[in-house]
Design a protein around this ligand. Structure first.
Ligand code: GLU
Length: 454
């Protein structure tokens, strides 16, 4: 069996770090198993889905390192859903209902008041010809429900406990009692499909072997298994992972702009920081930056995903990213430094990287080397700086020059520690903090150093 997984976002907004958790679990699993990953745009909601959002999702996934083997959009596949709906109708498993939302709400309230579960009573199966005629006259259009197999044979009104089981690859054995659920609406009054049927039809048609998704879909899975079976389709394996929440337990909505993948990218964070945080939070593995997606795949397996919420601190993206940046070798950033307009050398990158939280922070250190710098020299340090200037060694300079020079300055002036180094740093860089001067000095060079000390 070739593993086939899918990530099925609705292109109705930008995806955020919580959305890429299932994308990555699927991708990493497919990679590990030599399987295939389908990106399937769940765009049956034509009003809210846009091409721009679909493009942005693909761009975000690509940036994270996910390269779908196949891309599909459900809006191209209505014929398949129509055929499946027809098949269910013919089998008497998809039936028309005419209740308005208010009527349904009233019935649910009544059931609750009587202490009964607010499960749909299948009134739609009992309409008389007169009622149907009246609905027609009133211009009512039906919505369509799937008749769950949760009743005694031949009698849809005698509900009986009907357990559906599956061995969830993350949560272990799961049980849903279909009698506790209302028959799901598969087609709305306006003829549009809810997510359920297209998803099942596609999973079956595309040979999806594993459906890995958030635990908010656990209850759906019971229903979906029943529909797979009604369609005579193979039931895939399921895995439901915990959802990322903020520390206060709040879920991340698509509109949490700050955590959208595009905003994290624009902030300059490393994709592996985002991937590591999205995947490792709420697992048995410590949250730490993985070197690449292969390494990340080796760090997790489904049984290590916790059953409780995956709480995370959004600040952590920045911390993980900085750790990655501090360890990046020059050859991995050269092109990016170039794109920032910095003609940087390996020596420059090595000098500044510890002072960069993002690669683009390097741009702020570039003028410190090339100038212009406005030296910051306090009046009381003028004499000292002038003495230091006179003691500046001749070139060639290397990483030992700073030590040789400051030793000479110390001997001549008697200054030491902060009193020695801080005025030099402020004069040379115009700043009170920054990269090691031992590394910066040879990059700045003797002439510019003389100019800044003047
Ligand atoms: N579009 C659905 C969602 O984002 C897909 C769920 C699924 O993976 O089946 O929740």
């Amino acid at each position: 069996m070739t593993v086939t997984v899918r990530f099925a976002p609705s292109p109705t907004g930008r995806i955020h770090i919580g959305n890429v958790r299932p994308a990555l679990f699927n991708w990493l699993y497919a990679q590990k198993q030599g399987g295939s990953f389908i990106l399937r745009f769940d765009d049956t909601d034509r009003e809210r889905s846009t091409q721009e959002y679909a493009d942005s999702i693909l761009e975000d996934l690509t940036w994270l390192g996910i390269k779908p083997n196949r891309i599909e959009r459900q809006s191209d596949r209505f014929a398949l859903y129509d055929a499946a709906a027809e098949k269910l109708k013919e089998a008497g498993l998809l039936y028309a209902c005419y209740e308005t939302a208010e009527e349904l709400e009233r019935r649910r309230n009544r059931a609750r008041a009587l202490g009964k579960p607010p499960v749909y009573d299948r009134a739609g199966l009992k309409y008389t010809d007169e009622q149907l005629e009246k609905f027609k006259e009133e211009g009512r259009v039906p919505h369509w429900r799937f008749k769950l197999p949760n009743h005694k044979d031949g009698d849809p009104f005698s509900f009986e406990r009907t357990e559906v089981h599956w061995d969830d690859v993350i949560r272990g054995r799961q049980t849903v009692d279909l009698a506790s659920l209302s028959d799901p609406v598969l087609i709305r009054g306006d003829g549009t499909y809810l997510y359920t049927l297209p998803s099942i039809v596609d999973d079956a048609d595309m040979g999806v072997t594993h459906v890995i998704r958030g635990e908010d879909h656990v209850a759906n899975t019971g229903v979906q298994i029943a529909i797979f079976e009604a369609l005579g389709a193979n039931v895939p394996m399921f895995g439901h992972h915990n959802l990322l929440t903020t520390a206060s337990g709040e879920g991340l909505s698509k509109r949490t702009g700050a955590l959208s993948i595009s905003s994290l990218r624009e902030a300059g964070y490393e994709p592996m920081a985002v991937c590591s945080l999205a995947v490792l939070t709420g697992t048995s593995h410590a949250v730490e930056p993985a070197a690449d997606l292969d390494a990340l795949a080796d760090m997790i397996d489904f049984t290590g995903i916790s059953k409780s919420a995956a709480k995370f601190d959004p600040e952590e993206v920045g911390h993980l990213s900085a750790r990655i940046v501090h360890g990046l070798p020059y050859d991995q950033v050269a092109a990016r430094l170039d794109a920032l307009g910095i003609q940087a050398s390996e020596a420059f990158w090595n000098a500044v990287k510890e002072n960069c939280n993002t690669v683009k922070d390097a741009a702020q250190w570039w003028p410190v080397v090339t100038g212009p710098v406005t030296p910051d020299i306090a009046d009381e340090d003028r004499e000292f700086i002038s003495q230091a200037r006179d003691l500046l060694p001749e070139e060639p300079w290397d990483e030992t020059t700073w030590g040789v020079w400051t030793k000479a300055v110390k001997d001549a002036t008697g200054r030491k520690g902060k009193g020695l180094f801080m005025p030099l740093r402020r004069a040379l860089t115009g700043l009170t903090h920054g990269p090691d001067l031992k590394s910066l000095l040879p990059l700045i060079g003797r002439q510019k150093t003389l100019d800044r000390l003047a």
